[in-house]
Design a protein around this ligand. Structure first.
Ligand code: SF4
Length: 273
């Protein structure tokens, strides 16, 4: 999972062109608790029907979809899983599937060798250890092949309604930009954000942050001018400064050329004698 803090890479606010390498630094301090709560309340208001975009009909199909979603889009996973579950409807069936068949079906999701191993191994563990039912304890979930804390949190919160917060690259970035955390690891970010959110809303907070990260607070160029949290966010002025500095840098050669031209003595056209 990439956890960089984003780079400015395209024409941004006001149509100003920005160099592709300008990093937007995260704020160095957390915002006060009251302000953090106000930011989260705005996001909740902005994304009231926050749900996962992954299509699933059971904890098992969700677990597989989440494993497949690494490094690809939810839409791509949703195109793949119907074929996979039509061919192998249960964990036992998937556990017994030839690896190359599974790889062929899931190929378009990328990293398909590794993902095929993960889902068939997880299928075997779910079939053998838990009678085909996905366990609902974090410890047992994280003991399944291919399942880390983030995947377990998605399953716990989405399939079982538990107060779990999955921290992916969007959640990590947006939480930092909003000044909710200074955490260096997903676990530190998770702990900081969970402390701010009432227990019954923790499972939704992941969606507020992820949807905001995808739609507006994008990694390369956050669209601050469209953001409902703009007036509270400590990164908004940083973005403004970064874009201004980059636009200034980009315009340097043109300014130097103009200065050089202005310094050249203009020659009066010679007269014929
Ligand atoms: S103001 Fe900008 S940086 Fe802050 S949350 Fe909104 S889009 Fe992200």
């Amino acid at each position: 999972m990439s956890l960089n803090n984003g780079t400015v890479s395209e024409t941004a606010r006001g149509g100003r062109a920005v160099a592709p390498t300008a990093k937007i630094p995260f704020p160095k301090r957390k915002v006060p608790r009251e302000r953090a709560l106000a930011e989260l309340a705005r996001l909740e208001e902005a994304y009231p029907d926050a749900v996962t975009a992954l299509e699933y009909d059971s904890p098992w199909t969700l677990l597989v979809a989440v494993i497949l979603s690494a490094q690809t889009t939810d839409a791509r996973v949703n195109m793949t899983t119907p074929h996979l579950f039509a061919a192998y409807p249960t964990p036992a069936a998937l556990a017994a599937a030839p690896l190359e068949d599974v790889e062929r079906i899931i190929k378009s999701t990328g990293f398909f060798h590794m993902k095929a191993k993960s889902i068939t191994s997880a299928a075997r563990a779910v079939a053998e250890r838990y009678g085909g039912e996905v366990p609902r304890e974090r410890e047992q979930l994280e003991a399944l092949p291919g399942v880390g804390r983030k995947t377990a949190s998605v399953v716990l919160s989405v399939a079982f309604g538990d107060a779990a917060l999955a921290v992916d690259t969007h959640v990590f970035r947006v939480a930092h930009r909003l000044g909710l955390t200074l955490g260096k690891t997903p676990r530190e970010v998770e702990d900081d954000v969970v402390k701010l959110v009432p227990k019954d809303k923790v499972r939704f907070a992941h969606h507020w942050l992820i949807l905001h990260g995808r739609a507006i607070c994008k990694a390369p160029v956050p669209l601050c001018f469209r953001c409902p949290v703009n007036d509270l966010c400590p990164t908004a002025p940083i973005v403004e400064r970064t874009l201004r500095a980059r636009a200034h840098e980009k315009a340097k050669p043109a300014r130097a050329k103009a200065r050089k031209k202005a310094k050249k003595p203009s020659r009066a056209p010679g007269r014929k004698r």
